[in-house]
Design a protein around this ligand. Structure first.
Ligand SMILES: NC(=O)c1ccc[n+]([C@@H]2O[C@H](COP(=O)([O-])OP(=O)(O)OC[C@H]3O[C@@H](n4cnc5c(N)ncnc54)[C@H](OP(=O)(O)O)[C@@H]3O)[C@@H](O)[C@H]2O)c1
Length: 195
C-alpha cells in the first residue's frame, strides 16, 4: 500500500489559513534556506505556474508524490486565475459534487465514494505516494485514511482561522518521524499514523 500524506502549511496554532482559508500572510517565509529545501525535497508540491518564478527547472523529477487530491474550494483558487491544472506534474484528482465536467484532461473529478476512491489509489502499485493537498473539509473527511503528516509550520499565530481538519473531535495517535528547523523560524515535522 502506498501512503496518503497530508502535506500542509499552518500557523503555530494549527490553522491552515485565515477564517476564509487564505494563507497569504505566510508567503514571505517561503524564501532562503526553506525555499531551497522545498525545491529540492518536495518540488512537485510547487504549483506548475510558480516553477519559473521560483527557479525550478522544467522536468524536475517528483520526489515523493505522483498523485494529488484537492477539494473543490482549493482547486477553485487556481481556476480563479485561469489555472486548470495546478499540479500538472502529477495525476490530479478534485473532489466535487458541483462541477459536472473536468476543465482539464489531467484533472479527474471525484463526486462519489471519496474514501473508496482514495483506498483504490492507495492500493495501486507505485513507488510514489499520494499528496492530500487540502483544504480543511476534504482533510476532515479523509482524516482516517491519512498515513503520514508533513506539517510546515510558519512562525505566526492566527488566533482564529481555518483548522487543519474540518471534522469532529477525536484523539488520533501519530508517531514523530522527523523535525527540521529553518533559519527563518519555519519548522517541518513529519508524523506517521499509529494503527
Ligand atoms: N495551508 C495550506 O497548505 C493549504 C493547502 C490547501 C488549501 N488551503 C486552503 O484551504 C481552503 C479551502 O478549504 P475548504 O475546507 O474550504 O475546502 P476544500 O476541502 O478545498 O473543498 C471543499 C469542497 O470539496 C468538495 N468535497 C468535499 N468532500 C467531498 C466528497 N466527499 N465528495 C465530493 N466532493 C467533496 C465539495 O465541493 P463542491 O462544493 O463542489 O461539491 C466541497 O465544497 C482554501 O482557502 C485554501 O487556501 C490551504
Amino acid at each position: 500500500m502506498r501512503k496518503l500524506t497530508y502535506f500542509i502549511a499552518c500557523s503555530i496554532d494549527g490553522f491552515i489559513g485565515d477564517p476564509t482559508g487564505d494563507g497569504s500572510s505566510t508567503y514571505s517565509y517561503v524564501a532562503g534556506e526553506f525555499l531551497e529545501y522545498l525545491k529540492a525535497e518536495y518540488p512537485e508540491t510547487v504549483a506548475a505556474h510558480a516553477w519559473p518564478v521560483l527557479g525550478l527547472e522544467p522536468g524536475t523529477k517528483n520526489r515523493h508524490f505522483d498523485t494529488v487530491i484537492q477539494g473543490m474550494h482549493s482547486y477553485q483558487l487556481g481556476l480563479d486565475i485561469g489555472v486548470t491544472s495546478p499540479y500538472a506534474q502529477m495525476r490530479e484528482y478534485v473532489a466535487t459534487r458541483s462541477l459536472a465536467k473536468s476543465p482539464d484532461p489531467n484533472v479527474e473529478l471525484i463526486a462519489d465514494d471519496l474514501v473508496g476512491r482514495v483506498r483504490a489509489l492507495k492500493a495501486e502499485d507505485s513507488p510514489l505516494d499520494i499528496w492530500l493537498c487540502g483544504g480543511s473539509t476534504i482533510a476532515g473527511e479523509l482524516i482516517d485514511e491519512i498515513d503520514e503528516l508533513v506539517i510546515k509550520t510558519y512562525p505566526q499565530v492566527f488566533g482564529a482561522g481555518m483548522p487543519m481538519f474540518g471534522t469532529d473531535f477525536a484523539a488520533r495517535d501519530f508517531e514523530l518521524g522527523s523535525v527540521r528547523a529553518f533559519d527563518n523560524g519555519v519548522l517541518v515535522r513529519s508524523y506517521t499514523r499509529k494503527r
